[in-house]
Design a protein around this ligand. Structure first.
Ligand code: ADP
Ligand code: ZN
Length: 753
């Protein structure tokens, strides 16, 4: 018996090993194998009876011309002839890490996204699991002694507050309490020695839900729309596209479909965008399904991720909630795959293999005979076409909100009219300010949404328009008022703003575009009485602060939540009755991004979905310089289908996705000439492939990143097969050709940056 083994450290080959007499080996197991005289961890991909063979992970070895083109080394033949096959040393764990279907899924992924199999396999395992991780830890659990026994020594004011806080939350994990109440273990132990608290050692699986109090919920009586949707999902013979406006009760439908799946003895995976993986989302599932919910989340500690993954693998957790990588969760009998907010660009992995978790989800469900649901209020045009034109998905609509709440009224404000002649465009129009003052007076809350930072504020000369760019990357520097620095968001380089414009020498070198910090400052002068919470990548870099800021807003500790797109999704604040969108058109004008219109539409629709989710009616104010733009008009009218019709017509004419498959091949390296030459040579070689439209090699929109030059070649074809075949034929199989050149293939590219 022979085993085909993927060794994680050696990404571009598979290896054959002999299965020694008496060793039980199964497909998917983790094993230890010798490679170049060192022991390595590997995974059994297949077992064969016959003599060993040396498979290649990708079909064609580079030809001589390719070596000339890219200066690549020819790949080494995998070791092992008939005679010298080495044996597997040991099986690390009898319970397999991968099922046979997962291995099939990974093979599909490797082919489709044009990467080596081992790289695909790597992406399916969380890092702490790959690295073996630690076993369950010892932890301390703190609980208050209630009521405190008489005659205890008195507490200081701070100790007293701390004790009251712990009583309020009913204790919890020592580490978590320290974090939550900003105190030290020593302080808590002191309270324990004084007799106010108990502090016990516990050995438990690290569980991200531990220490949270979750009240159970029961299934709700479904509305007729929800009932029809559930019925459609349960009886579907193909994936269901659940097109339901925000607040239409999609989550309740998901939960009832999950309940049915569990009853059938099968498991469910729920994918949500990383950003909406808030405690609130997780709680909704946890309160319905209890301990059987596992959360996979990049913000978890390594230990937690390790333990959650193994809990799923052992079948102890049967409902998995997580971001894109959870699509590979090792559930045993997948019965239901849900992709919530399926249009979200966060489902696209941003490193190799650049898979779309939505598409992998659809494929996994198909391979495992599981039901599949893609849900969104603004479906991706890919899914929309699959549902409305190609019959690949079944379309189910939920056009109304649950209960009586109406979708909010959306008004567009023309900022050209709000601008005085000769003055810059103001941040806030009078109608928006009035609306905010109204909310303040009524004790209701406002969300202000600003397009992602990075486009602004750049530091720009008032006179000549010169803007400072990063010397290492070509990205514009962004001004941060807090520490008076200009920072590159790609590589982290920073500098002080110059006194004068380096181009024209003008001293008024200070025009702040507007980022969230700037808006916050202006807001504080215009509405001094308002309490503002700002949320962006800067204010939320600490592990829990995202959750904490949202919790504070939910608890009405602030009147206005100001943020970037990170606040656009999935949040449900009953007291928010106004959403303001500043510079709505800013994202429309990104020349190189053919999805700009789609993204802008999604953004406005999603943000609007935040208003009026409770009993109170909602209002949305959109500030724009182009109120007549068709995308803005459709977004203001909440008319997804109208938008899709127009946009798809343009895509069809332009030969863009979803009507064509698109791959973006990026060449990077420290020397511009090498990179440019390789890109041009590849473009010429692609030209010779059949069924392919090749765009000329061009510098990428982001020309430099971290001292590397970047060039791109865009490929389009009717079917993805033509794309991968061409990449296999033209490009060397290793993505890193040499230190001087690296080639990255992005099939179904979402961002062309
Ligand atoms: P979506 O996921 O489509 O945005 P939600 O599932 O968050 O919508 O539902 C919106 C609100 O309606 C939630 O507060 C939810 O608890 C409530 N809700 C959902 N379904 C029902 C139902 N059948 N009866 C009563 N309330 C419901
Ligand atoms: Zn930089």
């Amino acid at each position: 018996m022979f085993a085909q083994v993927a060794i994680e450290r050696v990404p571009n080959q598979l290896f054959t090993y002999a299965v020694p007499e008496g060793l039980e080996v199964q497909v998917g197991q983790r094993v230890t194998v010798p490679w170049r005289r060192v022991c390595h961890q590997g995974y059994v991909i297949a077992l064969t009876e016959t003599s060993p063979y040396v498979p290649k992970t990708r079909p064609s070895a580079p030809t001589v011309e390719q070596e000339d083109l890219f200066g690549a080394e020819a790949p080494r033949q995998a070791q092992g002839s008939d005679a010298g096959v080495k044996p597997i040393h040991a099986v690390d764990d009898p319970l397999p890490y991968f099922s046979e279907t997962t291995i099939r899924l990974l093979r599909w992924m490797a082919d489709y996204y044009s990467v080596g199999f081992t790289l695909a396999l790597r992406s399916a395992l969380p890092a702490p699991v790959r690295e073996g991780g630690s076993r369950a830890q010892e932890r301390f659990v703190v609980s208050p002694i209630l009521p405190p026994p008489p005659h205890l020594p008195p507490l200081s004011a701070r100790q007293k507050t701390l004790y009251e806080n712990i009583v309020r939350v009913d204790g919890g994990l020592l580490a978590r309490l320290c974090e939550e109440f900003r105190t030290t273990p020593a302080t808590l132990r002191k309270l324990a020695t004084l007799g106010y608290l108990m502090c016990e050692r516990q050995t438990v699986a690290r569980n991200p839900l531990a220490g949270r109090r979750i009240l159970p919920t029961r299934p709700m009586a479904l509305t007729p729309n929800q009932a029809a949707a559930l019925e459609a999902i349960l009886s579907a013979d193909r994936p269901t596209l659940l097109f339901g406006v925000t607040g239409s009760g999609k989550t309740e439908v998901y939960m009832q479909a999950i309940a049915r799946t569990l009853e059938e003895g099968r498991e469910a995976i729920v994918l949500v965008p990383e950003i909406s993986l808030t405690p609130q989302t997780v709680n909704r599932f946890a309160s319905r399904f209890g301990k059987t919910v596992a959360v996979l989340h990049s913000a978890l500690s390594d230990g937690e991720r390790h333990d959650e993954w193994h809990r799923i693998r052992r079948g102890e957790a049967r409902v998995v909630v997580g971001p894109r990588s959870a699509v590979f969760a090792p559930v045993r009998r997948l019965g239901l795959m849900i992709v919530d907010e399926e249009h979200d660009s966060g489902y696209k992995q941003d490193e190799s293999p650049r898979y779309s978790a939505r598409d992998v989800a659809v494929m996994r469900a198909a391979l495992e005979g599981a039901r599949c649901v893609l849900g969104s209020a603004t479906p991706s045009l890919e899914s929309w076409v699959n549902a409305t034109e190609r019959g690949k998905y079944r379309l189910v609509r939920m056009p109304e909100r649950v209960g009586n709440s109406l979708l909010p009224a959306v008004t567009a404000i023309d900022m050209r009219e709000a601008t005085e002649p000769g003055k810059p465009v103001p941040l806030f129009s009078e109608p928006l300010l009035d609306a905010m003052r109204n909310r303040l007076a009524r004790g209701e809350q406002t969300i202000l949404f600003l397009n992602r930072r990075g486009y602004a504020p750049t530091f720009q000369c008032e006179r000549c328009g010169h803007a400072l760019a990063c010397p290492r990357c070509s990205a514009k520097l962004t001004y941060h008022a807090k520490d008076d620095t200009l920072r590159c968001h790609l590589c982290g380089t920073w500098r002080r703003p110059p006194e004068r414009c380096p181009e024209c020498g003008d001293p008024i070198f200070k025009r702040l575009g507007f980022g969230t910090q700037r808006v916050e400052t202006v807001l504080r002068t215009l509405l001094p009485q308002a309490r503002v919470i700002r949320m962006d990548a800067d204010s939320t870099s600490r592990r829990h602060s995202h959750d904490e800021l949202l919790a504070a807003f939910r608890a009405k500790e602030a009147d206005i939540l100001l943020g970037t797109q990170m606040i656009a999704k999935g949040l449900d604040f009953p007291n928010v009755t106004l959403v303001g969108i500043l510079a709505a058109d800013r994202s429309l004008n990104i020349a190189y991004d053919f999805r700009a219109a789609e993204r802008t539409f999604q953004l406005i629709a999603q943000v609007s979905g935040r208003a009026g989710r409770g009993e109170l009616p909602g209002e949305v104010v959109v500030q724009t310089l182009q109120p007549e733009h068709p995308v803005l008009r459709a977004a203001c009218a909440c008319d997804f289908e109208g938008f899709a019709r127009e946009e798809l017509e343009e895509r069809r004419i332009a030969g863009l996705p979803p009507y064509k498959k698109l791959a973006c091949v990026t060449f990077t390296g420290p020397n511009e000439a090498t990179v440019c030459q390789a890109a041009k040579a590849a473009a010429a070689a692609f030209e010779a492939c059949r069924g392919l439209e090749v765009s000329p090699a061009e510098p990428a929109p982001l020309e430099r990143k971290e001292d590397l030059w970047r060039w791109q070649v865009l490929l389009r074809a009717d079917a993805s097969k033509a794309l991968t075949a061409a990449c296999d034929h033209v490009l060397p199989k290793d993505t890193r050709v040499s230190d001087r050149l690296r080639i990255l293939v992005d099939v179904d590219a979402v961002f062309l940056s």
